[in-house]
Ligand binder design. Structure first.
Ligand SMILES: NC(=O)c1ccc[n+]([C@@H]2O[C@H](COP(=O)([O-])OP(=O)(O)OC[C@H]3O[C@@H](n4cnc5c(N)ncnc54)[C@H](OP(=O)(O)O)[C@@H]3O)[C@@H](O)[C@H]2O)c1
Length: 324
């Protein structure tokens, strides 16, 4: 019988339990997939801990890549044997085999392996919408990205560089400075040692950056605002250090006429066609060497709890995957 990680209660990494699961047959608009590689994402820890509450018991994980075993009666766009990847609810990607709605899957080109796809889908789609849709990053601009050596962070600077923009990155340890630089960050600040907003002002001759991409949340929010130039945009897209405190618009946003947005993948890739276009743009960047991916660690499915511990203790030096 296939195995999957199930959580019966919210809590620490120890609530991630490997169990046998019955998979069954796909409904009319579904596909049955054997997963070959699973993406590890920080959002998985929010689902596990209950920061984003779930109806329990629940599977966990948004992202995987695998091969189709069976297609439902109405599914026309896929065939048995196709290689596909996905990065979306319903949760349950931490599994050997599962059934998913066909409209969340994209086809993989031959040039993209399952391991690469599981590393790229969530983090690549996120980067794609952050710098091409939420904020249309242009050549010659300089912006700030927090947690520069992390999964999204590594792709972000490479993509920004490929369009001629420069990125200042922040990292939580000196060990990560080199990792961020290797991924294309022009300046790297260890924000656990120095006030990053002051450093940003020094680097930009007191002007500030035109956009800040902040997936760290609670600890960086105020400094991110201080780092922006007049009419800059704060893109708050995650909360690795905890959820944001309420925002005081007259005090924090009004003085510089800032823009504040809190986006998610689903708002930018609303259907299968948009998802496939967004994914193809990433696959092309990888194919032509504009984005190079180094998987920092691979875990077995039964070790998912160690994967979460490493992610939350900030030990990982880049994107990691789980092999089912
Ligand atoms: N809205 C969306 O569409 C969307 C989609 C994907 C991801 N995200 C968000 O993007 C962010 C990055 O995701 P990811 O999967 O690539 O993770 P990641 O960046 O690989 O890991 C999170 C990083 O956050 C930093 N961090 C700062 N304070 C932390 C704390 N108190 N505890 C733990 N980590 C802390 C750590 O880097 P340092 O040690 O260098 O500080 C850590 O490596 C997350 O916030 C995630 O939720 C949002």
């Amino acid at each position: 019988m296939p195995k999957a990680i199930i959580i019966e209660k919210h809590g620490g990494p120890e609530v991630l339990k490997l169990q046998d699961v019955k998979v069954g047959s796909p409904g009319p608009n579904e596909i049955k997939v054997t997963n070959h590689a699973i993406g590890l994402n920080y959002i998985d820890t929010y689902h596990r801990s209950g920061l984003y509450p779930l109806k329990l018991p629940s599977g966990i994980g948004l992202e995987a890549s695998g091969k189709i075993d069976e297609v439902g009666a109405n599914v026309k766009e896929f065939n048995k044997g196709d290689n596909v990847a996905y990065a979306s609810v319903p949760l349950g990607a931490y599994s050997q085999q599962r059934i998913i709605p066909s409209n969340i899957a994209v086809k993989l080109p031959d040039s993209i392996s399952h391991e690469l796809a599981a590393t790229l889908m969530t983090k690549g789609l996120t980067t794609n919408y952050l710098l091409t849709k939420t904020y249309k990053l242009k050549a010659g601009e300089i912006v700030l990205f927090h947690a520069a050596a992390g999964g999204v962070g590594q792709i972000f600077a490479q993509w920004a560089n490929s369009i001629g923009a420069k990125v200042i990155g922040t990292v939580g340890s000196d060990e990560k400075i080199q990792v961020a630089k290797e991924n294309g960050y022009e300046h790297v600040i260890n924000y656990s040692k120095v006030d990053f907003s002051k450093e940003v002002m020094k680097i930009t001759n007191n002007e500030g950056v035109s956009a800040v991409f902040d997936g760290v949340g609670k600890k960086t929010f105020k400094g991110s605002i201080l780092s922006l130039k007049i009419r800059g945009m704060l893109v708050s897209f995650g909360n690795a250090s905890g959820p944001l405190d309420p925002v005081n618009i007259p005090k924090e946003i009004q003085p510089k006429g800032l823009f504040l947005t809190r986006p998610s993948i689903g708002q930018y890739f609303k259907n299968r066609k948009e998802l496939q276009v967004g994914a193809n743009e990433i696959f092309e960047k990888v194919k032509f060497g504009k984005i190079k991916i180094k998987i920092s660690k691979k875990y077995n499915l039964g070790d998912a709890k160690n994967a979460h511990s490493d992610l939350e203790s900030r030990k990982l030096l880049g994107p990691a995957i789980i092999i089912p």
